[in-house]
Design a protein around this ligand. Structure first.
Ligand code: NFS
Ligand code: SF4
Length: 657
């Protein structure tokens, strides 16, 4: 396509084909008028490389890069002789390694902060939830009775550090895994030692000329992924809860309409809650508020985006501006007076868009700098230095706003913050919480099963559409949906995270929602909070009546609009934990290859879960429900559901027959 043609086709595409998020669509039109380019434009003009999309290429050494034939994958091998299964398994493994590294490095940063708080080196943060601290400590065998919080905390720190640095043995949270699942992992050598060791070994094994057997590579991929789900991510969640508070339901507003024309708007976009917590303190500082007033603003409006945004929304009800694919468009409102980013999912394209609208963009983390962007480093021992400075710059920008301000008048109110602990309490409905009511409702068939719908948005598919259609389809069929990350934001915008959405649910699920007063879609927080889903699933096994291992549960997972390596890692740890997990958009493996068969069939035969793929939300729902029904049948629960869902009329018909 020539440049001219690209221009024409860009004009011809209706932005409504790119997104169902109306605020994002409005801003994409604004961007066009202003001649500003976003990732949506770039995705439309850059075709995905077909060989790369199939993972049929390797550039692990300079004898290559080697390209195999994706149509006839066994017709060729790489210069070293590597076949398609080796190449695909290695590429997949490296995605897992990168994803696991991202979550575990984030978790380790949280743990570093925790250590400094416990030793008194850092006094800017404190332990907000000592009860959770005791629970987590007890869950991994630390004595908590009659002990000082500080002593328990120090022991907990030392134990959890093993999640990363241990060279031999099993990571601490392996103690939380249902015994039958743990047995399977031990049998195949999948129990992680420490994340650093697993990631290192996986990188080693995928180097040119090392592991060249796709099954063996995949075992290490699973082990590395589990070091994320039951390791790095779980530590990130638990330590964040201990330091910043365990979420419980809170009402929050989502969508671009949360920006305020007459206030200084500060957006924090990224993944680490410590920066955001400090920003929350800065925007409430009387001196800075005074400064904002002097500049003519009514106040300072703090808004989150992506995952730390989802966490802050779940913990404190901080409004959320939108998910991943809205991070560039929101800048087109002209209303953003500063955007502070830390790590992960920060598109380099933000720099140019921010520049076009005179929005100061700041990087804050030593791990993430962007060419041409001002870096104001965030130091945990002096957190306010960075965030105060960013707020001051935002106030200055407010005073000198030149961009035309256009804020889409769209926002949706929902309930967020369903931590594992709260679900326990909510369902138990008493002082001593319990998952028994959830299990009972699954056993009696009112709830058919549970689905985790998570993950990114991706300009290769219509933003939010696959998420929303899939979730609607699932709840209509009595599947309770748990959500995290950008998916949760998509459904919040669509209005499904409120109790009133129960009318969209099937009869059985609606009845449970109405009795408990909960939405049919529960928002759990950020992507590292997928660990809450693992903990909830383990509790379902422990509570009883639904089998012995995680693989026995009538549950399924999905990332319908995924894009990141983190998502692949999450998928792999769900699968290795025993969950059927379906991805949309594209899948980086050629169908019909041995490696494809291993992921999509073989792992299940080993007592784990398996992968599934379809870009179509209705087909995705069908696959997940079919799997849930298969598990119900294996548990002998298939009859119960028919009984409970039968209407009076049906019953009479049956009697008459
Ligand atoms: Ni998850 Fe969070 Fe969103 Fe995808 Fe990115 S923000 S960690 S990777 S895009 S869900
Ligand atoms: Fe080619 Fe083998 Fe080198 Fe990969 S490792 S680039 S397949 S020669």
């Amino acid at each position: 396509m020539s440049k001219e043609e690209v221009k024409v086709s860009k004009k011809e595409t209706d932005v409504k084909d790119w997104t169902i998020c109306e605020a994002t669509a409005q801003m994409l039109n604004r961007a066009r008028l202003d001649g500003v380019e976003t990732a949506f434009d770039r995705a439309a003009s850059m075709k995905a490389c077909p060989i790369g999309a199939d993972s049929a290429c390797c550039k692990h050494c300079a004898m290559g890069p080697c390209r195999l034939n994706s149509k006839d994958p066994y017709s060729k091998v790489g210069v070293c002789g590597a076949d398609i299964d080796t190449i695909q398994a290695r590429n997949f493994a490296r995605m897992v390694a990168a994803g696991s590294a991202s979550h575990t490095d984030h978790g380790m940063a949280m743990l570093d902060l925790f250590r400094d708080v416990v030793t008194g080196k850092n006094t800017d943060y404190s332990i907000k939830d000592p009860l959770k601290l005791e629970d987590v400590a007890a869950s991994i065998g630390i004595e908590t009775k009659d002990r000082e919080i500080k002593d328990i905390a120090m022991d907990l720190y030392h134990e959890l550090e093993r999640t990363y640095t241990q060279v031999d043995g099993e990571i601490p949270f392996a103690k939380r895994v249902p015994p039958a699942t743990l047995e399977t992992w031990r049998k195949y050598g999948l129990v992680p030692r420490g994340a650093m060791r697993e990631i290192m070994e996986l990188m080693h094994r995928t180097h040119m000329g090392v592991d060249q057997q796709h099954e063996n590579i995949t075992r290490q991929s699973s082990r590395t992924a589990l070091a994320d789900g039951w390791g790095g991510s779980m530590v990130a969640t638990e330590i964040s809860d201990i330091l910043f508070g365990t979420p419980s339901p809170v009402v929050a507003e989502v969508d671009m309409g949360v920006l305020k024309e007459d206030e200084v708007n500060v957006i924090v976009h990224g993944h680490e809650p410590n920066l955001f917590e400090s920003m929350l303190a800065s925007v409430n500082d009387p001196t800075l508020l005074e400064g904002a007033k002097k500049a003519g603003a009514k106040g300072i409006n703090l808004v989150g985006m992506c995952c730390s945004g989802a966490e802050m929304m779940s913990r404190h009800g901080i409004p959320h501006g939108g998910n991943f694919m809205s991070t560039e468009p929101i800048l087109c409102t002209g209303a953003v007076d500063a955007m502070a980013v830390d790590v992960q999912c920060i598109q380099q394209g933000l720099a140019k868009v921010a520049d076009c609208y005179g929005t100061p963009l700041f990087t804050t983390n030593p791990r993430c700098r962007i060419e041409g962007v001002t870096h104001i480093e965030f130091h945990e021992h002096e957190p306010r230095e960075s965030t105060d400075e960013i707020v001051i710059r935002a106030i200055t920008r407010f005073k000198n706003r030149t961009a035309r301000v256009e804020i889409p008048k769209l926002k949706s109110t929902g309930v967020h913050g369903f931590s594992f602990e709260y679900i326990n309490y909510m369902l138990g409905g008493s002082f001593r919480g319990s998952y028994k009511p959830l299990n009972d409702n699954i056993i009696n068939g009112r709830i058919r099963g549970v689905a985790g719908v998570v993950g990114c948005t991706n300009p290769r598919v219509k933003q939010d559409w696959v998420h929303v259609e899939l979730v609607k389809e699932l709840i209509k069929n009595d599947v309770l949906v748990l959500q995290t990350g950008c998916s949760q934001i998509a459904l919040a915008k669509a209005g499904l995270l409120r109790p009133e959405a129960a009318h969209l649910a099937g009869k059985g699920l609606a009845e449970v929602c109405e009795t408990v007063g909960m939405p049919p879609v529960l928002g759990l927080g950020s992507c590292v909070d997928n660990s809450r889903i693992l903990i909830a699933a383990s509790e379902m096994v422990r509570t009883g009546g639904l089998g012995n291992s995680l693989a026995d549960l009538p549950v399924a997972g999905a990332a319908p609009e995924w894009m990141s390596e983190k998502a692949i890692c999450i998928g792999q740890y769900f699968v290795a934990s025993g969950v059927f997990t379906v991805f949309g958009v594209t899948f980086p493996i050629i169908e019909g290859t041995k490696f494809h068969k291993l992921l999509f069939e073989g792992l299940e035969k080993q007592g784990m879960g398996k992968w599934g793929f379809t870009p179509d939300p209705y087909e995705m729902a069908r696959m997940m429900i079919e799997h849930i029904d298969k598990k119900r049948k294996a548990l002998g629960l298939d009859k119960a559901r028919e009984r409970v869902l039968m209407s009076m009329e049906d019953r009479q018909k049956l009697d008459a027959a």
